[in-house]
Write a protein that binds this ligand. Structure first.
Ligand code: ZN
Length: 335
C-alpha cells in the first residue's frame, strides 16, 4: 500500500516480531531495523528479497529510526555499513544511538534506584540488572548522519513525512505523518493488540517536558498527552512497530484512555484499603509477574499512581528509604 512494505522481523523479546517498513521511493528507505542478531538479519534479507524487484541490503539508501528501543535499532550499524545508507533520527534520539552502551548503563542506574525506592527486594533488583545487561547484546551503537527536528520534514521524491515527537512509550518516540496519503508511521506509540507500556526512562536532552525536572519522569502522563495529539490527526491508517495496521486510531485511543482511567481507579481502591508501596500494588494486581517483570509492572503502577497524585487523591510518603502511597487525608487523622 502506497509503496510501503511491512517486514516483520523476529526478536528474542516477549513482544514477538517487530515491524520494519520499506518505503519504495527515492531514496529507498527503511524505517527501523530489528534487533542485532544473525536470525533477524537473515530474515530481513529474505523479506527484502521478496519485496518489489527483490531488494538487497546494499540497495537501501536511507534508514530512519523511530525510537530508542533495541528491537528497533539493533541492526542499524550493520545495515548502514553494508549499504552506505544515510541514518536519520530525531535530534534527541541521535546521542542515545551513538553512545548506546553508556546510555543503557545510565538507564539501568535509574531503573535500579527506582526499583529499590519502591520496595522491590534487592536480590530481585540485582537479578534484573543482569538480565538487562545480557539483553544489551541485541542492541548496538551506530553513527547518525542526519538529525531530525520535531515539526520538521523528511522529503522523498514522491512524498513528504512530517516529523512529530510523541514521547511516552519511550522519551524519543517519533512518528512520521504523510498528510497527503493520511498515513501515520507510528513506531511503538500506538499498537493495536497491546497497550504500549510507558516505561519510565531518563529524560533526554534535558527536555523531560516536566515543570519539575527533579521529580521522577511521569511517563504515563506524558504518553496520554502525546496520544491526545495523535488522536487529532485525520489518519486513515497507523502503521505500528508491532502487529497489524490500525485503522480506527481515534476509537482505539479512546479505549486506551478508558483503560488507564479504570486501572488508576483500581489502584486507588487498593491504596484506600491500606497504604502500599508500588511493589505491593503490583503484587496485588499481577502476583508473581510483579517479580519476573518487576520494572515493567513498576512503571505501570507508578504511571497510574501519577494520575491519582495529579488528581489529588493519594500522596507519597517515604519511610526508611521506601516510598508508600496513602489516601489523601489519611495522615491528618492520626496527627
Ligand atoms: Zn519500543
Amino acid at each position: 500500500m502506497h509503496g510501503i512494505h511491512r517486514l516483520a522481523i523476529p526478536t528474542p523479546f516477549a513482544v514477538g516480531r517487530v515491524n520494519c517498513y520499506l518505503i519504495e521511493d527515492d531514496p529507498l528507505t527503511l524505517l527501523d531495523t530489528g534487533p542485532n542478531s544473525g536470525k533477524s538479519l537473515d530474515e530481513l534479507e529474505q523479506a527484502l528479497a521478496a519485496t518489489g524487484p527483490g531488494y538487497r541490503i546494499e540497495d537501501i539508501e536511507r534508514i530512519v529510526v523511530s525510537h530508542q528501543h533495541i528491537d528497533h535499532l539493533g541492526l542499524l550499524d550493520i545495515l548502514a555499513r553494508r549499504s552506505g545508507a544515510e541514518v536519520c533520527a530525531l535530534d534527541l534520539l541521535a546521542p542515545l544511538i551513538e553512545r548506546f552502551a553508556t546510555e543503557a548503563d545510565s538507564d539501568d542506574d535509574l531503573a535500579v534506584a527506582l526499583m529499590l525506592a519502591h520496595g522491590i527486594p534487592p536480590d530481585v533488583v540485582s537479578a534484573l540488572r543482569s538480565v538487562s545487561r545480557a539483553y544489551r547484546a541485541w542492541g548496538a551503537s551506530a553513527k547518525v548522519d542526519r538529525r531530525l527536528t520535531d515539526g520538521g520534514t523528511l522529503p522523498f521524491r514522491d512524498r513528504t513525512w512530517e516529523v512529530q515527537h510523541r514521547p511516552g512509550h519511550s522519551p524519543t518516540d517519533t512518528v512520521f505523518w504523510d498528510a497527503e496519503r493520511s498515513v501515520l508511521l507510528g513506531g511503538d506509540h500506538l499498537i493495536g493488540h497491546i497497550s504500549s507500556n510507558p516505561l519510565i526512562s531518563r529524560p533526554v536532552g534535558g527536555r523531560s517536558g516536566d515543570p519539575d525536572p527533579e521529580r521522577r519522569p511521569r511517563a504515563l502522563e506524558t504518553y496520554i498527552a502525546s496520544l491526545g495529539l495523535t488522536r487529532e490527526l485525520p489518519a486513515d491508517v497507523v502503521l505500528p512497530g508491532h502487529g497489524e495496521p490500525v485503522t480506527e486510531h481515534a476509537k482505539l485511543i479512546d479505549e486506551r484512555f478508558a483503560l488507564h482511567e479504570r486501572r488508576a481507579r483500581k489502584i486507588g481502591r487498593l491504596i484506600a484499603e491500606t497504604p502500599r508501596s508500588a511493589y505491593e500494588i503490583a503484587q496485588a494486581l499481577w502476583g508473581n509477574v510483579a517479580v519476573t517483570q518487576a520494572y515493567l509492572t513498576l512503571s505501570e503502577v507508578l504511571g497510574h499512581v501519577d494520575l491519582l497524585l495529579t488528581q489529588g487523591e493519594v500522596r507519597e510518603v517515604e519511610e526508611d528509604g521506601v516510598v508508600r502511597f496513602e489516601p489523601m487525608g489519611a495522615g491528618a487523622a492520626a496527627a
